[in-house]
Design a protein around this ligand. Structure first.
Ligand code: AMP
Length: 187
């Protein structure tokens, strides 16, 4: 897409075509959906941010919580658009102040996310943002850590859903409404 007059109503097939598919990364059988090519396209990035934020403009969101690292790029821009603050959900050991942590299962082993213990105020209404939902393990951990900190989850927003992996259905079964701009078949 060319720079110039910005159009937020960029059609979905154009946005989908801006996501690069990398077969067998990081390991055989995985089709990696690379959003850096979408982020690098001025009009595509602007349209994606506008379209992700749109359903939440009329919802009472107090803060966006973005999941490291691609969730930061999206979450900061969406928070700006919604006129609210931003909370980073980071990988273990990165935050400088006192933290609370949440473990979650990976295919092999476990991982941990953290937020500052004072990042969320009691009753604050939070929108969780990440680039992609696959099995939903990361998003589930994000819902749990924000809820434990006193936040109320207003929703979870993604650029990409991989429905065959069932993550969105899992998060919605926890009572959290999800939105995704686009879906791809496969893993
Ligand atoms: P999951 O916890 O299984 O829902 O995985 C979601 C997290 O892993 C997100 O932060 C994604 O950035 C990353 N991820 C998982 N699968 C893919 C994939 N096929 N392409 C790109 N990123 C992925």
């Amino acid at each position: 897409m060319k720079r110039g007059e910005f159009v937020v109503e960029v059609i979905l097939s154009e946005l989908k075509s801006l996501v690069r598919a990398i077969p067998d990364y990081p390991k055989p059988g995985i089709m990696f959906r690379d959003v850096t090519t979408l982020f690098a396209d001025a009009q595509g990035f602007k349209a994606a941010i506008a379209q992700i934020a749109e359903p939440y403009r009329t919802q009472p969101i107090d803060a966006v919580a973005g999941i490291e690292a691609r969730g930061f790029i999206l979450g900061g821009a969406i928070a700006d658009r919604l006129g609210c603050g931003f909370i980073p959900i980071r990988k273990k050991g990165k935050l400088p102040w006192k933290t609370i942590s949440q473990d979650y299962e990976l295919e092999y082993g476990t991982d941990t996310i953290e937020i500052h213990e004072d990042a969320v105020s009691e009753g604050e209404r939070i929108l969780i943002v990440d680039d992609l939902i696959a099995t939903g393990g990361t998003a589930e951990a994000a819902v749990k850590i924000i809820t434990r900190a006193g936040g109320v989850i207003e929703g979870a927003a993604f650029v990409i859903d991989l429905p065959e992996l069932g993550g969105r259905a899992k998060i919605e079964a926890m009572g959290v409404a999800c939105t995704a701009l686009m879906a791809f078949e496969g893993h």
